[in-house]
Structure formats: structure tokens, C-alpha cells
Ligand binder design. Structure first.
Ligand code: NDP
Length: 453
């Protein structure tokens, strides 16, 4: 890392205390950008990196709501509008008790580069709340979503900022949020993506992140003359991204042996085939149960609860060729990364955002495996949100095939950008540099064109 970048990272850490995930995301990107800033002194003069780490706007607000028993609850809501150089702000909403300003800033920062990589005109944002939807009635969820939108509506719009889902925000929550926005604004626009099919949603949007991560893995494997056919895969999480990752891996002939939630994970040596996946989807999306229930139905599978005393996650300690972390940030630490390598994993495609710690990333890069970082591998979700925005603007829906073909084409071009840029900047095969630099250049040039704003 150059001393210019090193000093800048130190300054950012000092200026944004108690935001370790934001520091981590900035450090990873800044390390990749050292060489770009050497080659392009004009970016240094215009303080592009200094500006790109500073959100254009941070909105933090009170969300008071009343449950069906009449009890008053107060949550905290956020929207981080990070960068709008190449298009309206775009990025998901996360409802999870672990949500803090620092976590959303890291996610918004990552989103800027990811959205740039998709080839579509979208700026970067992220938002959410420390609200925990787990185990809550539909009525509580609706009341919270309405209270959240009562403030958010004045900051978003189809040409300003278009939120989508993320952890804890799926089709049900997007429905309640959209309904309240429509009532407050008295207009029907594409202000949110991930909408229901009969009110402006796009086919393939629910599948897009998982399918996209699998397409990205296939592209990486193809550079070594390999495919997913017959490969054993480890998948974490059991939500939206994990479910459609499993579906696509199965379609491409691979075998998935793990899934998890925040309480533990299951290992099914026989593979989570189409029928078993249908069971998981029903369990998670309708009954909203725990992944441990899988072993009640499929007796040969083994459930392992989370053990807080362990300094590694046993899910990543099984023999396999490919891994798809699809739950949350920092779910693969240095020890987990080493376990994956020891067990023969040579391709990692990140469905989740920043699931690997910095020491884990270093191990993957040093071992020269195929390592697709989240901002490239999971960009299919936001790309398809971009396609939903296009369809809303045209008021014309595309067929499943049309959207899926576009998604596949976008994942192919993101992969090509990563490979070409990594090569151009002297680190062939390094998808981290390829994604960070590739995403940065487009945004940086737009910022140069638009002056100091
Ligand atoms: P969901 O809420 O649908 O599923 C999240 C899954 O991860 C659940 O199984 C959840 O378990 C588990 N999980 C969440 N937090 C933790 C935690 N702290 N520890 C262990 N497990 C946890 O979310 P998505 O599938 O949409 O998102 C998963 C990841 O993918 C996130 O990193 C998200 O940012 C990223 N992503 C999502 C996109 C999308 O389109 N949805 C797009 C790009 C990235 P439990 O039910 O117990 O909480």
C-alpha cells in the first residue's frame, strides 16, 4: 500500500470510530486502488478517494410504532446515500438487530463499486433498521414497515433513490413499504425493487442474486476448463440468496451439502436436491422456521448448533470443491479460510456482502484459488433490480427468458471486467483488484466530469 493510501486509511479510521466493518471495506478497496492512484495523479489532486469514502448524505431517524397489544416500540432507521455520480442511489434495506451506522456505511460503500460493475446507471446506497422481524406477526411487520416509510418516503423516489430488500427484507416487507409509500405520495412508481409480479416486479428478481453468484462461479471455473457438474458445494445461510444459489447449482449438476441460519447448520451428505430445497423454501419463506427442522424430515442429515466457544465455523470444514458464503458479513475468518483450502475448495463465490475477513481474503489470494468477492459475484441481485427499474420506466414487463439472459450476460461482463482490469493493473487472476478497480474507474471518471460536488 502506498504511503498516501496508508495515511488516508488511518485518517478514515480516526474520523469514523467504532465502525470496524466500514474500516475493513475501505481498507480492502484502498489497497487495490494504490496502483491506480499512482498511475492517475489527477484522481489524487481531485481527492476522488477522499470524497468516495464520505457519504453524500446520511439520514438517521426515529421509527416509533405500536404493536397489537398497544405497546409502543422505538427503532432506529437509516438511509446512507453514498454516491450518485453514475445514477440514482440504489441499494437494499436490512432489518436485523445487528444493524448499526457502521454496518450500513460498509454496505453502502461496497454498493457503489458493485453497481458500477453491473454496467447499469445506478449510484450506491444502503439503509435499514435495528428492527428484528424474526418471530413477529405479520401485523407487527406491517406496522413497523409503515412507520419506517413514514419518514423514509421524503428522501427516496424513482429518480432519486430506489431501495430494495436485503437481510430481513423480502417480498412481504417490500409490499408493506411500497403500499405505504404509494399512500403517502399518491403515485405509483418504481420507487422500490423486489416488488410483487402483479404490481411492478420483475421475473427472476427473487432468484437473481443466487443465480448470479452461480453464473459468476461458472465463469471463474471456465477459465480453468472446469464446470459445476459433479462438484460438491458448501452454501451458508438459508434465505433468499442461499436458496436460489442451491437451485442453480442443482440445475448445473452440482451437489450442495450444507445450509445454515443464525442458530446452526445442517450437513446433508446426500445433497440438498430439488425436493429437499422445496422443503427448505416452505420452512423458511412460509412457516418461518429454523434450519434445525430439516433433520426432523431428512434423518440422515446432521444438525450442528452454533458453539460460541469455537473460533471457527464447522460448516466450512467439510470436503468440497466450491463454497458460496450466502449469510452475512465476516462469516469466514482466517481459520475458516484455511479449513476451506485444506478441504480442497478451489472456488469461492461470495453471495453475501463481505463474508470473508481481511486475513481470510489474504489466504485466498495467496493460494491463488478462484476467489470471487461479493461486489462482483453477488451483483446479479442489484443488476436485476436495475432491470426492474427499466421495465417500470417503460411500463412493459419482460419474459423470464429475457431477464435471465440479460442477467447471464451481465454476470459474464462483470467477470470479464474483473479479469481484464486485474491483468491491466499487473495482478492477473486477482478478482478483488479487478472488481475494486473496475468499479472505481467508472465512478471516478464521472466524478471528475461533474466537478467538485
Ligand atoms: P435473508 O434474510 O433472506 O437470509 C439471510 C440468511 O443469513 C438467513 O439464513 C439468516 O439466518 C442468516 N444470517 C443473517 N444474519 C446472520 C448472522 N449474523 N449470523 C449467522 N447467520 C445469519 O437475506 P439474503 O439472503 O437476502 O442476504 C444474505 C446475504 O446476501 C447478505 O450478506 C446480503 O447483504 C447479501 N446480498 C443480498 C442480496 C439480495 O438480493 N437479497 C443482494 C446482494 C447481496 P436467520 O434466519 O437465523 O437470521
Amino acid at each position: 500500500m502506498s504511503s498516501y493510501v496508508k495515511d488516508l486509511v488511518a485518517e478514515i479510521k480516526a474520523k469514523n470510530p467504532a465502525e470496524p466493518e466500514f474500516h475493513q471495506a475501505v481498507q480492502e478497496v484502498a489497497e487495490s486502488l494504490s496502483i491506480v492512484l499512482e498511475r492517475h495523479p489527477e484522481y489524487r489532486t481531485s481527492k476522488i478517494l477522499e470524497r468516495i469514502v464520505e457519504p453524500e448524505r446520511v439520514i438517521m431517524f426515529r421509527v416509533p410504532w405500536v404493536d397489537e397489544q398497544g405497546e409502543v416500540h422505538i427503532n432506529r432507521g437509516y438511509r446512507i446515500q453514498m454516491n450518485s455520480a453514475i445514477g440514482p442511489y440504489k441499494g437494499g434495506l436490512r432489518f436485523h438487530p445487528s444493524v448499526t451506522l457502521g454496518i450500513l456505511k460498509f454496505l453502502a460503500f461496497e454498493q457503489v463499486f458493485k453497481n458500477s460493475l453491473t454496467t447499469l446507471p445506478m449510484g450506491g446506497a444502503k439503509g435499514g433498521s435495528d428492527f428484528d422481524p424474526k418471530g413477529k406477526s405479520d401485523l407487527k411487520i406491517m406496522r413497523f414497515c409503515q412507520a419506517f416509510m413514514n419518514e423514509l418516503f421524503r428522501h427516496i423516489g424513482s429518480d432519486t433513490d430506489v431501495p430494495a430488500g436485503d437481510i430481513g427484507v423480502g417480498g412481504r416487507e417490500i409490499g408493506y413499504l411500497f403500499g405505504q409509500y404509494k399512500k403517502l405520495r399518491n403515485e405509483f412508481t418504481g420507487v422500490l425493487t423486489g416488488k410483487g409480479l402483479n404490481w411492478g416486479g420483475s421475473l427472476i428478481r427473487p432468484e437473481a442474486t443466487g443465480y448470479g453468484a452461480t453464473y459468476f462461479a461458472s465463469e471463474m471455473l471456465a477459465t480453468k476448463g472446469k464446470t459445476l457438474e459433479g462438484k460438491t458445494c458448501l452454501v451458508s445461510g438459508s434465505g433468499n440468496v442461499a436458496q436460489y444459489t442451491v437451485e442453480k447449482i442443482n440445475q448445473l449438476g452440482g451437489k450442495v451439502v450444507t445450509l445454515s441460519d443464525s442458530n446452526g447448520y445442517i450437513y446433508d451428505e446426500e445433497g440438498i436436491d430439488e425436493k429437499r430445497l422445496a422443503f427448505v423454501m416452505e420452512l423458511k419463506n412460509l412457516r418461518r422456521g429454523r434450519i434445525s427442522e430439516y433433520t426432523e424430515k431428512y434423518k440422515k442429515a446432521v444438525y450442528t448448533p452454533v458453539d460460541p466457544k469455537l473460533d471457527y465455523n464447522p460448516l466450512w470444514n467439510h470436503k468440497a470443491e466450491c463454497a458460496f458464503p450466502s449469510a452475512t458479513q465476516n462469516e469466514i475468518n482466517g481459520k475458516d479460510a484455511q479449513n476451506l483450502l485444506n478441504n480442497g475448495v478451489y472456488a469461492v463465490a461470495e453471495g453475501a456482502n463481505m463474508p470473508t475477513t481481511l486475513d481470510g481474503v489474504k489466504l485466498f489470494l495467496d493460494s491463488k484459488i478462484l476467489y470471487g468477492p461479493g461486489k462482483a459475484a453477488n451483483a446479479g441481485g442489484v443488476a436485476t433490480s436495475g432491470l426492474e427499474m427499466s421495465q417500470n420506466s417503460m411500463r412493459l414487463p419482460w419474459t423470464r427468458e429475457e431477464v435471465d439472459n440479460r442477467l447471464r450476460y451481465i454476470m459474464k461482463s462483470i467477470h470479464k471486467t474483473c479479469v481484464d482490469v486485474a491483468e491491466r493493473f499487473g495482478t492477473p487472476g486477482n478478482y478483488v483488484n479487478g472488481a475494486n478497480i473496475g468499479g472505481f474507474l467508472k465512478v471516478a471518471d464521472a466524478m471528475m466530469d461533474q466537478g467538485i460536488v
